[in-house]
Design a protein around this ligand. Structure first.
Ligand SMILES: [Zn+2]
Length: 282
């Protein structure tokens, strides 16, 4: 099983995670810039973080044979802090970098006017730099947040086929299905989406434009839940080709729209039994 995790915060993870992910079939990841838990108080902290996302973290991933790409943005939560506003002027410098495959995470946390400004400004940057956009939907008031996100995406003029609306669930899936945007699902250990619920959604809505991620970060999360979802798909009667489509070809197609997704040697079809698994990995 070859796996591309399209949303995972490796900065918060250890080398044990990288090792287990590689053994489970993860060959490539996208790490979106996000809120680190501890609020940042100056744009300099963001510059150092963005540099780590395109420098240090790809180096760490490479030690385990995993390709690492990033998305860069001022996240919705910190868009509310006036001390972080200048980050919007910093973002374009990073959108020129080869390792950056989208603008993100953008979107809403509490749906404030400052979040409106940062969201619209960064969708405009996605259009200007000809990059896809990764849109985070709020964990509270999700239906209203998702609908409003879709409205803002529409107003921006960006091609919906270049936008993924992430952290969806059973309640928001249909809103996004009809919009032409890609659908992102974050699988968590004990809250929100689980592998069996994800399988049910794939059964009901098909595999087209569907992206599955672990969104693993500094909270309770599990970077192997992409693999577990693939296994749950197989157990439920999906074929190996369906699993490969959801866990590899879909994220490759979505982020490939950046023109920067260099996966040479990483994308050879896998021995489906997974050689590394036989060695005693995950
Ligand atoms: Zn995230």
């Amino acid at each position: 099983m070859r796996i591309f995790d399209p949303h995972v915060h490796m900065t918060s993870r250890t080398t044990d995670d990288y090792e287990a992910m590689a053994a489970a079939g993860v060959r490539a990841v996208v790490e979106p810039a996000f809120w680190l838990g501890q609020p940042r108080t100056s744009p300099g902290s963001f510059a150092d973080y963005f540099d780590a996302l395109i420098g240090w973290e790809p180096f760490r991933a490479g030690q385990f044979g995993i390709r690492h790409f990033a998305t860069i943005a001022l996240n919705p939560k910190e868009a509310n802090d006036p001390r972080c506003r200048e980050v919007l002027e910093l973002v374009p410098r990073y959108l020129d970098k080869d390792a950056v495959v989208a603008v993100g995470e953008i979107g809403y946390d509490s749906m404030t006017p400052l979040e409106d400004l940062a969201f619209a400004a960064q969708l405009a940057l996605a259009v200007e730099f000809d990059l896809p956009a990764l849109v985070h939907t709020p964990h509270r008031d999700k239906v209203r947040g998702t609908q409003r996100s879709l409205d803002v995406v529409k107003e921006s003029g960006i091609d919906p086929g270049r936008v993924v609306i992430d952290h969806l669930n059973e309640v928001t899936v249909e809103l996004v299905r009809d919009s032409g945007c890609w659908l992102g699902f974050s699988i968590y250990p004990d809250t929100k989406m689980s592998p069996p619920r994800m399988v049910e959604l794939l059964r009901r809505h098909g595999t087209d434009r569907m992206l599955v991620n672990s969104a693993a970060d500094w909270g309770r999360s599990d970077p192997l839940l992409t693999r577990r979802t693939g296994e749950a798909m197989l157990a439920a009667g999906f074929g190996e080709d369906d699993v490969d489509r959801v866990l590899w070809r879909n994220p490759v197609e979505f982020y490939g729209q950046s023109g920067r997704l260099d996966l040479s040697d990483a994308d050879a079809p896998a021995d489906f039994a997974g050689n590394s698994i036989k060695r005693g990995g995950a």
